[in-house]
Design a protein around this ligand. Sequence first.
Ligand code: NCC
Length: 273
Amino acid sequence: GGRRSGVQLYCELKRRTRIQTVDGTEEPFSSLGWARLVPPLPLQESQYQSCAVVMSAGAVLNSSLGWEIDSHDAVLRFNAAPIKGFERDVGTKTTIRIINSQIVARPKHQFNSSSLYRDGTLLVWDPAPYSSDLTQWFEKPDFDLFSPYVQQRRLRPEQPFYILHPEFIWSLWDLIQDNTEDQIQPNPPSSGFTGILLMMSLCREVSVYEFIPSVRRTDLCHYYERYHDDACTLGAYHPLLYEKLLIQRIHQGHQDQLRRGKVTLRGFRTVQC
Ligand code: NCC
């Protein structure tokens, strides 16, 4: 895959991005009665006007972006990223939270009891092997997300909670590889990239904060933790650097917006290709 214009790239992303969740229609989930376990309203049917995607990067600290983030109709956050104590920089609203399977499986995150995971819609994903069948994945996920998922659905059926389909995750990886000159590592895209494409599908307009590093760029990994590692921003396991290069190419705003840490993207619904 060679380098193409921003418009061509955008249109390819639009054409190939199809949100898919585990909906209980496929084995082994159909036999287990998951069609009645998953939320009745498909995720794909949510629609928003303006959306903010808030990355967890350390460079969010002292950004004073909170008011701007809150001015969007929907706000997407990731994993264990908190609001409390950081309102000035990250805002106060959470509409959707994407978590990886470590969050639901590892005791240290206290998924069942922590108030972090009570608000809004939850989406969990697990790095299933590329093109593995769902039964193999169900029997041997990277981190066991299935039992906590079932438990949570029974405990709090009113909170929309979905499992992102591995085919959706890997179709995004294919998109990155097909638009990158280098061979990228066969690891799934980061939660951040998945979240951006998800919101481009659900929203008319998307503001992404601190995915493309701003002038505040730092080796502080997360705004909420004293842990320093440049790999958080540039990528080690995830093809993060390549994800960032793609998103930068479809940015709609000015160059100085990028320096402030903001990428503006049009929702797929608003663009005719
Ligand atoms: O760090 P993480 O992601 O939770 O961050 C969410 C998304 O924000 C973007 N990001 C983050 C930090 C940074 N300095 N720059 C950034 O651009 C990325 O797009 C990132 O996806 C994940 O993707 O799920 C990840 O999760 C963590 C970790 O599992 C969770 O935080 C739970 O503790 C991963 N770290 C480890 O497993 C050690 C990380 O690799 C990816």
